[in-house]
Design a protein around this ligand. Structure first.
Ligand code: NAP
Length: 469
């Protein structure tokens, strides 16, 4: 390596692609270490930072969103520059990044949904929950989606935290909706919705749910919604009985579900129903061509060799009349041109955060990955911190054998010049703060946490307007 790399004369140039939690934690770890001078560009395809904290975390979970204060502190470090509204693979290629940065870290998350692969999955009215989440959170790529909410029943497939989020959001009262930072279009649509019954459908049993206990307990606080569980649904088979003996979270969840089952229907306007040991096998349309029913097969649990309790259909079927299906069965990553991708796992191909060729396992020097793009869509926001720290430790260990980019290319201005030459309207951190202030000010007028801009054009116009004043 050049003997000045990592000094103030020639700081280590790092591009972090994706300004969500894992990107911020990678930046924090790089800024905290004392061995090398660093100069970081945090690049995001949206004009706004925070990734899933802004566009994934449920809009009624304002406390969780307060983690952005930490991200703001990280971004205020003069060694970090935010370049929003820049899409890698469109405005600048991976190949070009390798010519301007000594190291590149992909923190791009997992942007698409897994599929059920059953007939009717793509009927109008059947949606990935990920799109519904992005829509109500005002993600510019999804804010023009249409969800038909003039229906009475919805099925949510899957029992993870995302399933709980979407079910709860549909169960909120107008007052509860108003207290969230949900996008205006979704606020209006959900306030006017006629949804009464929300069915959460699990392919396995109540001992195998993936959601966290606080998310389950929180349902008790809903102002207009009962949680309905038939006590018979909570009877465990011997395998599940044995499996939860050492699993306190599963026991706590069962206790809360039994409590809900004991309360039953108190005749509130909305209900969240839990149905266990059922898999959707077909989604059926009505006369209008939209989702009208979902056909479910009853399951039993059979242990695999590893002890995992897998669901198996027993050939007994029932149908549930629903006007919408939200498929909440997990996320998958999306390939970036030029970056090796593990198709089966839906992640960037890597060995402990070092990107490697999928076929040969050969390390791609100087290219790294963190977060969901590295390990798959698991864990909560905080899980990303140790994950990013681990990748950064490998980046630092690799510096002595690194082939640096030519000094002339390492000048940060070369990247912004390239973007300007391509007429890319990149957004700086200062510009984001103007946007943030405008959203919060608009929220204050209406007693809401913020009113979000939901299109890139509106965001850029608001930045220009704020600068003009
Ligand atoms: P998840 O936790 O992996 O849950 C996916 C659910 O889909 C599971 O219940 C799974 O059942 C089910 N499933 C998968 N394939 C299926 C199929 N073919 N048919 C029927 N059901 C199927 O995923 P997630 O809910 O998308 O959450 C992703 C991550 O984000 C998780 O780590 C979650 O904790 C996190 N998150 C956290 C919060 C929070 O902290 N508040 C909020 C949102 C998300 P099996 O168990 O049988 O596979």
């Amino acid at each position: 390596m050049s003997n000045t790399l990592g000094t103030s004369a020639r700081p280590l140039r790092v591009a972090i692609i994706g300004a969500g939690p894992s990107g911020f934690y990678a930046a924090q770890a790089l800024l905290k270490q004392k061995d090398y001078e660093v100069s970081i560009d945090l690049i995001d395809h949206l004009p706004t930072p925070y990734g899933l904290v802004r566009y994934g975390v449920a809009p009624d979970h304002q406390k969780i969103k307060s983690v952005t204060r930490l991200y703001d502190r990280i971004a205020s470090d003069p060694r970090l520059r935010f370049l929003g509204n820049v899409t890698v693979g469109k405005h600048i290629s991976h190949e070009e990044l390798t010519q301007h940065y000594d190291q590149i870290v992909y923190a791009v998350g997992a942007q698409t949904d897994k599929r059920l692969n059953i007939p009717g999955e793509d009927l109008p009215g059947s949606h990935p929950a990920t799109e519904f989440v992005a829509w109500y959170n005002g993600h510019p790529d999804f804010s023009d989606r249409q969800f038909e909410l003039g229906i009475e029943s919805v099925a949510v497939i899957g029992v993870g935290n995302v399933a709980m989020d979407v079910a709860r959001i549909m169960a909120l009262s107008p007052d509860e909706l108003e207290r969230s930072d949900m996008a205006d279009h979704a606020l209006v649509a959900l306030r006017d919705s006629r949804i009464k019954d929300i069915y959460i459908i699990a392919r396995r049993g109540p001992a195998q749910v993936k959601f966290a206990n606080p998310e389950l307990r929180e349902l008790a606080e809903l102002e207009v919604t009962d949680v309905i569980i038939d006590p018979a649904e909570l009877e465990l088979d011997p395998y599940s009985e044995a499996a939860i003996i050492d699993n306190r979270e599963a026991q706590a969840n069962l206790e809360v579900m039994r409590h809900y089952a004991s309360i039953g229907d108190t005749h509130r306007p909305k209900n969240i129903h839990f149905l266990f040991l059922r898999s959707p096998v077909e989604i059926i349309s009505g006369e209008n061509g939209r989702v009208a029913e979902v056909k479910l097969e009853r399951n039993e649990l059979i242990p695999t060799e590893s002890g995992y309790l897998a669901s198996h259909g027993i050939g007994e079927y029932e149908t549930l009349q629903v006007g919408m299906i939200l498929r909440s069965i997990g996320y998958r990553g999306h390939p970036i041109p030029g970056v090796p991708f593990h198709e089966r796992w839906g992640i960037i191909s890597n060995t402990e955060g070092r990107v490697c060729e999928y076929e040969t396992g050969e390390i791609v020097p100087g290219v790294y990955v963190v977060g969901w793009a590295k390990r798959g869509p698991t864990g909560i926001i905080g899980t990303n911190k140790p994950d990013s720290v681990a990748t950064v430790q490998r980046m630092l260990a690799d510096i002595p054998s690194l082939q640096p980019v030519p000094d002339a290319n390492a000048d940060p201005d070369t990247v912004t010049t390239l973007l300007r030459d391509r007429a890319v309207r990149y957004v700086t951190w200062e510009e984001w703060k103007l946007l943030d202030a405008a959203e919060v000010a608009a929220g204050k007028q209406r007693g809401r946490p913020r009113v979000k801009f939901v299109t890139v054009a509106d965001m850029l116009a608001a930045i220009d307007a704020a600068k003009a004043t």
